[in-house]
Design a binder for this molecule. Sequence first.
Ligand code: ADP
Ligand code: ZN
Length: 326
Amino acid sequence: MVEHAQHTPGQRATRPPYPTDAPFAAIEAGGTKWVCALGDASGQLFARHRFPTRSPQETLAEAVAWLRGAADAHGMPQALGMASFGPLELAPAAPYYGRLLRTPKPDWSGSDLLAPFRAAFPALRLALDTDVNAAALAEAEAFARQEGRTPRSLVYLTVGTGIGGGVVVEGRPLHGLLHPELGHLHPRRHADDLDAGGTPFAGICPYHGDCLEGLASGPALHARLGHGLDAAAPDHTIWAVQADYLGQCCAQIALALSPERIVIGGGVMQQARLFPLLRARTRHWLGGYLDRAQADDGIDAWIVPPALGQDSGLRGALRLATMAAR
Ligand code: ADP
Ligand code: ZN
């Protein structure tokens, strides 16, 4: 809120807390690394700082210290947007608003992501969402720049250490009971997905075993192969298995959320040959049911890598900040 100047004689005029060209702050809070940056209203990022995720106390302290230095150098930000791994409490009225919920990541369950910033910068507006909802927000803006209109529904999936999915509907990240958790849908099991003993691979999700994250995340691939997907021969069955699970996921997402675009990022998707393979499996599982070019001949433009490359999450965090400052 901008305070209005009171020009009472003998008193100092109350200045607005920031000049209108003040920057915005963005943080992408990941399980392995955090990236902090400043940016402007047009989405340009500058002054980036990247560091490995340690304990919650150490990690948050480093982010606060960086923000203090950045504010001294470039001006106090108008707002901070945070895009974090989850699951997160995002209901503003909830007593645990801003905290991580139960997570298998050691020490992080219950951590308050906002309190350290609130304590250090009491006037700073804060906005928080999941990393994937934020990435979906940034990719929806990229869609709007390309197509000249806002997508009605867009999904962002990441396939990396875990699998997560964010959803933006009519320009707003989807929240509800919690927030979307698309990585824990259960695919139908592929007949060739066997472990070394010839029994179906059990999957590695601590909650579900063989949910999508348990079967198709980076660690799930390593558990079966003993190495990364990049080192698997092109004719290894793992490619077909992985593509099938991701294709099932896209088909189910298409049926449930009717996205105008499905963007898939994350470390595993650096293996670009997965895209044509998983698009073919998406078409297989949709069975010709969705009467849209996107789900048929136009699928190459429907299921795509991120337009913003590695920056979707951070750009989304910046967008959260500019939305919060409005
Ligand atoms: P995050 O840790 O936030 O998910 P990334 O999206 O960059 O970060 O994904 C990195 C993870 O992706 C790695 O921890 C690894 O599990 C997985 N990964 C990356 N490349 C491969 C690969 N070729 N094969 C299997 N897993 C991979
Ligand atoms: Zn799961």
